[in-house]
Design a protein around this ligand. Structure first.
Ligand code: PAP
Length: 333
C-alpha cells in the first residue's frame, strides 16, 4: 500500500546526513574562530567577543558570521536595525503593522496574540539556529548588526534599512535592567558602575554604542533613499508624522483615504506601550532574544519612557556618558 505521506528516499536521507555532518564541522570552525577573538566580560553570559571592531555575545556572533557569508537580501526587503534597547520591540510592531495592514483586521491581528519579536525575527538568531544555506525570504527582518559588519547583500541589493537611535543614557539604563534580569545564575551580579565602565569603553552588546549609531547616521546621509535614521524620542513626541515616514520609506505609504479613516491612529494604538504590555502574550509568554536566551516577554515592556536615567545615574555618571556623546556626536543633529 502506498504511504499516506511522501517519504524520503535513501538518497535524500544520505544527503541530509551529509548536510548535518557539514553543519557540525562548520559550527566547530565557528567556535574556533570565536575562541581566538579578544574577550571582555559578558553582560548576560560569560563573554563578549571583539569581532571587526564591535563587541558581541557568543551565540549571536555565530549567527552574524554565518549571515555575513550567506544572506541573499532582495531589493524589496526591509531591515530594521537597532542597538539593543533602542526601541526594537516597538518598531518591529510598527513596521510589521504598517507593511501588513491590508492583510489583517484589528480584531484578529497577529500582534494581539504574538510578540513582535516572533512576527519580525532577528537575522542573527535565524542564522545561528538554522542551516547556513537557508535564506530567510521574509520581507521584513531585524538585526542589531553594525553598518560596517552588515552582510554585503544588504548593501548591494538596494534593500531598505530603518535605523532607530535612542538617547544613550536611556539605552544604557534599559540595557542594564534587561541584562541584570537575564544574567546567568552562576555569574555574580553586574553593579551599575561596572556596567557603565564597560558601556563607556565600548564593550556592551553590539557596542561601542556611539560607533554603532554613527555608522548608520553616516550611511543615512550618503544613501538617504536606502537608510532611514529615526530617533525613539521623535517617535514618542510626534508618532503620527513618524509613522507616515516609516510607511513611505518602507514602500507602503498611507493613502489619503486611509488617513481619513484613521488607519494611522489605529496602528499607533495597537503598537503603543500600554496596549502591547497589557496583552496576555506579553504578560506570560517568552521567546528567544537576540542574545539567544529565553526572555519572558514581560521584561521587554519595562517603562517605555524618555529620561528614566534620571532615577539611576549619579552626576558623575551622567558627566561620563555625556562627555563621550558630546565628542562622538558633535556633527550629529
Ligand atoms: P531589544 O533590543 O532587546 O529587543 P528593545 O525593544 O529595544 O529591546 O528595548 C526595550 C525598551 O523599549 C524598553 O525600554 P525601558 O527599559 O526604558 O522601559 C521598553 O519599555 C521599550 N518599549 C517596548 N515597547 C515599547 C513601545 N511600544 N513603546 C515605547 N517603548 C517601548
Amino acid at each position: 500500500m502506498a504511504a499516506a505521506f511522501p517519504t524520503q528516499n535513501s538518497d535524500s536521507l544520505e544527503c541530509n546526513k551529509q548536510e548535518e555532518g557539514n553543519n557540525k564541522t562548520y559550527q566547530k570552525d565557528l567556535d574556533l574562530i570565536i575562541s581566538a577573538l579578544p574577550k571582555e566580560k559578558g553582560w548576560i553570559s560569560e563573554n563578549n567577543h571583539l569581532y571587526q571592531g564591535f563587541w558581541y555575545p557568543t551565540a549571536p556572533l555565530r549567527g552574524i558570521i554565518t549571515a555575513q557569508q550567506h544572506l541573499k537580501a532582495r531589493p524589496t526587503d526591509v531591515f530594521l536595525v537597532t542597538i539593543p534597547k533602542s526601541g526594537t520591540t516597538w518598531f518591529k510592531a510598527l513596521l510589521f503593522s504598517i507593511m501588513n495592514r491590508t492583510h489583517y483586521d484589528y480584531h484578529t491581528h497577529p500582534l494581539l496574540t504574538t510578540n513582535p519579536h516572533e512576527c519580525v525575527p532577528f537575522l542573527e538568531v535565524m542564522y545561528a539556529n538554522e542551516n547556513p544555506n537557508s535564506n530567510p525570504n521574509l520581507p521584513l527582518l531585524s538585526t542589531h548588526i553594525p553598518y560596517s559588519a552588515l552582510p554585503k547583500s544588504i548593501l548591494t541589493s538596494g534593500c531598505r534599512v530603518v535605523y532607530v537611535f535612542r538617547e544613550p543614557k536611556d539605552t544604557f539604563i534599559s540595557l542594564w535592567h534587561f541584562t541584570s534580569k537575564l544574567r546567568r545564575k552562576e555569574l555574580p551580579p553586574m553593579p551599575l558602575g561596572e556596567a557603565l565602565e564597560l558601556f563607556c569603553k565600548g564593550a556592551s552588546p553590539y557596542g561601542p554604542f556611539w560607533d554603532h549609531v554613527l555608522g548608520y547616521w553616516k550611511a543615512s546621509l550618503e544613501r538617504p533613499d536606502r537608510v532611514l535614521f529615526l530617533k525613539y524620542e521623535d517617535m514618542k513626541s510626534e508618532p503620527y508624522a513618524h509613522a507616515k515616514r516609516l510607511a513611505e520609506f518602507s514602500g507602503h505609504p498611507f493613502s489619503l483615504e486611509e488617513e481619513k479613516e484613521g488607519v494611522i491612529g489605529k496602528i499607533l494604538e495597537l503598537c503603543s506601550f500600554e496596549s502591547l504590555r497589557s496583552l496576555e502574550v506579553n504578560k506570560t509568554g517568552s521567546q528567544c532574544s537576540s542574545t539567544m536566551v529565553f526572555v519572558p516577554n514581560s521584561i521587554l515592556f519595562r517603562q517605555g519612557k524618555v529620561g528614566d536615567w534620571k532615577n539611576y545615574l549619579t552626576a558623575e555618571m551622567i558627566e561620563q556618558i555625556d562627555q563621550i556623546t558630546k565628542e562622538k556626536f558633535k556633527d550629529l543633529v
